[in-house]
Design a binder for this molecule. Structure first.
Ligand code: FMN
Length: 320
C-alpha cells in the first residue's frame, strides 16, 4: 500500500500504532511493534504514585526499547495522570523521544511545550469539537477513538464508524482511527473512512511480548461479542470485561450511588490487580469490545505483519 501522511510524519513503514496502555505497554511490546514497521508506544508505569520513581522507570523503559529497536517509538501521556506536571515529559524529551501520544485531557496544556522541543504530538480525541481544538493547538495528528475501545472512554459515546469520517472532514491533519480494530478488515475499513492509520490496544494484550498476566490474556481470548461493558458513566466511563467488579459498580450506579460511593469501590490498585496479578474476578479488566474476535496469542510483530498481508488480499478482493 502507498505510504500515508502518518507514515511520513512518523518515519514508519506501516500506519499501525500500538496504543498506550497504562501498566502493560512496556519497552518489549513497543520495540516489537516498531521492529515490524509500526509505531510502538511505551506507557509510564504509574503504579507507584511517586514521580521520581515513575520517571526512573520511564528512563529505564526508554533505554531498554532503544536497545531492542533502532526504529522510531513513542511514549504515551495521560493528562488525567500527569496533569500539569512535566517531570515525565522532561524525562522523555531528555531521553530523545520524538513522538508522543496524549490522551484524557486538554491539548492546551503541553502541546506547545512538546513542539518547542521538536516532539511530534498525536492527540486522542472522541468528538469533532475536540479534534478541531487539538488541531488549533498545533498537534500533528489526531487519534479519533470510538467508544468500542478499551480503557477510559468519552461520555459522548460515538462509535469509531461514525466518529472517524466526521473528524476526517473537519480537520486537515492526519487522522488515526482507534477503537474496535484488531485485524486487516478493521484496518481497511478505517482507511476507507478516511483515516491514515490505526491505533490498536486490546489486540496487543494477548501477544507474547506483552507483560500482562496470563489470566488477562486468557480472558481476552475467551471473551465473546458481549463480554465488555462501560461502567462509571457518572465518573469516567471505562470499558472493561464484565466481572464481579463491573456488576457491583453497575448495580450501585443503577441505584443512584454518588460519585464518592463509586470511587470507594473503584480503589486505585484494581487495574494493576487485573493487568499484572491476574485477578479477573474483582480487578478492573480493561478491554475493548473487539476482544470477542481475538482468538490467539501471537507475537506483536505478527499482528502488524498479518494486517499488512490481509490488506493486500482484501483490497484485491474488492476490485474483483
Ligand atoms: C488495557 C488498556 C489500557 C489503556 N491505557 C491507555 C492509556 O494509559 N493512555 C491512553 O491514551 N490510552 C489508553 N488506552 C487506549 C488505547 O491506547 C487504544 O486507543 C485503544 O485500546 C483502542 O481501542 P481497542 O482497545 O479497541 O483497540 C488503553 C487501552 C487498553 C485496552
Amino acid at each position: 500500500m502507498k505510504k500515508t501522511r502518518l507514515c511520513q510524519l512518523l518515519g514508519i513503514e506501516h500506519p499501525i500504532i500500538q496504543g498506550g496502555m497504562s501498566l502493560i505497554a512496556s519497552a518489549e511490546l513497543a520495540a516489537a511493534v516498531s521492529n515490524a514497521g509500526g509505531l510502538g508506544i511505551i506507557s509510564p508505569n504509574a503504579r507507584e504514585p511517586d514521580w521520581g520513581k515513575v520517571a526512573h522507570n520511564l528512563r529505564e523503559q526508554i533505554a531498554k526499547a532503544k536497545g531492542l529497536t533502532d526504529k522510531p517509538f513513542g511514549v504515551n501521556f495521560s493528562i488525567q495522570l500527569i496533569g500539569e506536571d512535566r517531570t515525565l515529559i522532561d524525562t522523555a524529551i531528555e531521553q530523545g523521544v520524538r513522538v508522543v501520544t496524549v490522551g484524557a485531557g486538554s491539548p492546551a496544556l503541553h502541546t506547545r511545550y512538546f513542539k518547542e522541543h521538536g516532539v511530534k504530538v498525536l492527540h486522542v480525541v472522541a468528538s469533532v469539537r475536540h479534534a478541531k481544538r487539538a488541531e488549533a493547538e498545533g498537534v500533528d495528528a489526531v487519534i479519533a477513538e470510538g467508544y468500542e475501545s478499551g480503557g477510559l472512554n468519552s461520555p459522548d459515546e460515538l462509535t469509531t464508524f461514525v466518529l472517524v469520517p466526521q473528524v476526517v472532514d473537519a480537520v486537515d491533519i492526519p487522522v488515526v482511527a482507534a477503537g474496535g480494530i484488531a485485524d486487516a478488515r478493521g484496518f481497511v475499513a478505517a482507511l476507507a473512512l478516511g483515516a491514515e492509520g490505526v491505533q490498536m490496544g486490546t489486540r496487543f494484550i494477548p501477544t507474547r511480548e506483552c507483560i500482562a498476566s496470563e489470566n488477562y490474556k486468557k480472558a481476552i481470548l475467551e471473551a465473546i461479542d458481549t463480554s465488555t461493558v462501560i461502567m462509571g458513566r457518572r465518573l469516567i466511563p471505562t470499558r472493561a470485561l464484565k466481572n464481579e467488579l463491573t456488576k457491583e459498580v453497575l448495580e450501585k450506579e443503577a441505584a443512584g450511588a454518588s460519585p464518592q460511593e463509586l470511587l470507594s469501590i473503584l480503589a486505585p490498585g484494581l487495574t494493576a490487580a487485573a493487568a499484572l496479578e491476574g485477578d479477573m474476578v474483582h480487578g478492573q479488566v480493561l478491554s475493548g469490545a473487539v476482544a470477542g474476535m481475538i482468538n490467539e496469542i501471537v507475537s506483536a510483530g505478527d499482528v502488524v505483519r498479518s494486517i499488512m498481508e490481509g490488506y493486500d488480499r482484501i483490497v484485491a478482493g474488492l476490485k474483483d
